[in-house]
Write a protein that binds this ligand. Structure first.
Ligand SMILES: Nc1ncnc2c1ncn2[C@@H]1O[C@H](COP(=O)(O)OP(=O)(O)OP(=O)(O)O)[C@@H](O)[C@H]1O
Ligand SMILES: *[C@@H]1O[C@H](CO)[C@@H](O)[C@H](O)[C@H]1NC(C)=O
Length: 267
């Protein structure tokens, strides 16, 4: 994800300030009373198709907060791909670099090009032997507990553990590390600080936490692009707030709030 919107820069209305390179996936969701055994056919009581994919989720959240966004990805040359492009357009996301391919549209790799804009890297799904250049090349490295564990080999179950993992990632070359911690909010550490900082979030009744991480990353991209003078801590407080709103409703993109539904002091 790349974000750029520093004050003083010449800015044209059409130029996207948040560019996401990542996946667009169609979720086929069947609600059943239990999982089928191998080869078994069972009755479901509800079926729906949803728009997902971590990259697109993040882009939708940034767009709903008011960011000019562009989605760089490939979808299949099929009805799901066509519908997905329509979904991006409905969310006011530029599809200039959203391509359709004949090849199967399974997971796409995220490649971030360091082009003098702010880059936010989300190592999802994480692999233990991530190319070390990703640590150095991203301005902000944002992962969740599981991803932090896979990358560092440390068990991450508390803000203190997350701080230790962040320290290890800074030693590997990260400039700023953020570890999200579900109901515990997040922990941040930058290379210029000695001590990690825990940023808690509100206690709420969680209805569906699916996609909360993508809401958080999308919101953070929005703040990096549009409010670059805010402190990182303030951006994270606000991103926590927005992601926490998303866990109070069901679904992934369907739970992401729009700017008009959020308190004015977030903007
Ligand atoms: N139960 C919760 N209560 C309040 N806020 C939450 C809760 N779960 C998630 N959040 C908010 O969402 C952010 C990201 O959550 P989390 O760390 O679970 O990401 P994630 O594991 O990548 O999520 P997912 O994989 O479900 O999309 C948290 O930093 C927090 O702000
Ligand atoms: C963290 O994100 C990964 C995707 O990379 C997901 O599989 C995992 O469930 C998430 N962890 C938590 C604690 O939600």
């Amino acid at each position: 994800m790349a974000a750029s919107g520093e004050p003083g820069r010449q800015w044209q209305e059409e130029v996207p300030a948040v560019v996401v390179v990542g996946s667009c996936m169609t979720d086929l969701v069947s609600l059943t009373s239990r999982l089928p055994k191998t080869g078994e056919t069972i009755h479901g009581h509800k079926f729906f198709i949803g728009f997902g994919g971590k990259g697109a989720n993040q882009c939708v959240q940034a767009a709903r907060l008011g960011a000019k966004t562009s989605m760089v990805c490939k979808v299949g040359k099929d009805s799901f791909g066509k519908d997905y492009i329509e979904n991006l357009k409905q969310n006011d996301i530029s599809t200039e670099f959203t391509y359709q391919t004949q090849d199967a549209a399974t997971g796409t790799a995220s490649i971030i090009v360091n082009n003098e804009v702010k880059t936010l890297f989300n190592p999802a799904p994480a692999i233990a032997d991530l190319d070390p250049r990703f640590y150095r090349l991203s301005d902000v490295f944002c992962c969740n507990e599981t991803e932090a564990e896979i990358l560092t080999g440390l068990a991450v179950g508390s803000p203190a553990d997350a701080g230790q993992a962040a320290q290890m990632l800074v030693e590997r070359g990260c400039h700023v590390v953020i570890v999200t911690l579900g109901a515990e909010g997040c922990v941040m550490l930058s290379e210029t600080e000695a001590v990690p900082k825990h940023i808690p979030t509100e206690k709420v009744k969680a209805v569906d936490t699916t996609g909360a991480g993508d809401s958080f990353v999308g919101a953070l991209a929005f703040y990096l692009a549009y409010y670059p003078s805010l402190s990182l801590e303030e951006m994270l407080k606000r991103s926590n707030f927005i992601a926490t709103v998303s866990v109070r409703a069901a679904g992934t993109q369907s739970s992401y709030p729009y700017k008009k539904d959020l308190p004015l002091d977030l903007f």
